[in-house]
Design a protein around this ligand. Sequence first.
Ligand code: ZN
Length: 161
Amino acid sequence: MACEIPLGEYLDGELAADARRLLEVHLTDCAECRRRVDLERAFKEIYTTPLRPEEAPPDVRRRMMQWNLESYRADQSPNQVTPPEFVAAEHLDRLTMPVLATWGTLDVTSTLRSGEWLVANLPGIRSRVFEGVAHMVNLERPAEFNQMLREFLDESERAAR
Ligand SMILES: [Zn+2]
């Protein structure tokens, strides 16, 4: 059973002095909470520092993958097909900028269908499907993803001139 500690407030410097001192005393005694603080610090670092995925601490990468897995398992049953019912779908004809859609072949069915639906319904849309990739295309194939994005942005810039 994990201790109840105000981890986020502590790391954001939002704890009152007394509460902070109390927590710091607890941290000297509790290895599990020290580990949680270190992990959370590393996580904050990732979100505030440009970092290549392979440079992320292994603990943080494992935790992110675990979160992804848990959220998939919580939201999806196998082979569930969810038709795209987003309100934005009714306003696609208002888009005037170049659009690039990308997804991986291993993503959940609803995402695959949404991508295919976009390609079928948004004239001029560019798309790229990554074989053998799940949801985090940019993390799973960073080099290919970045190259695709650069090419798209370069082309869009040329076309706008
Ligand atoms: Zn503790």
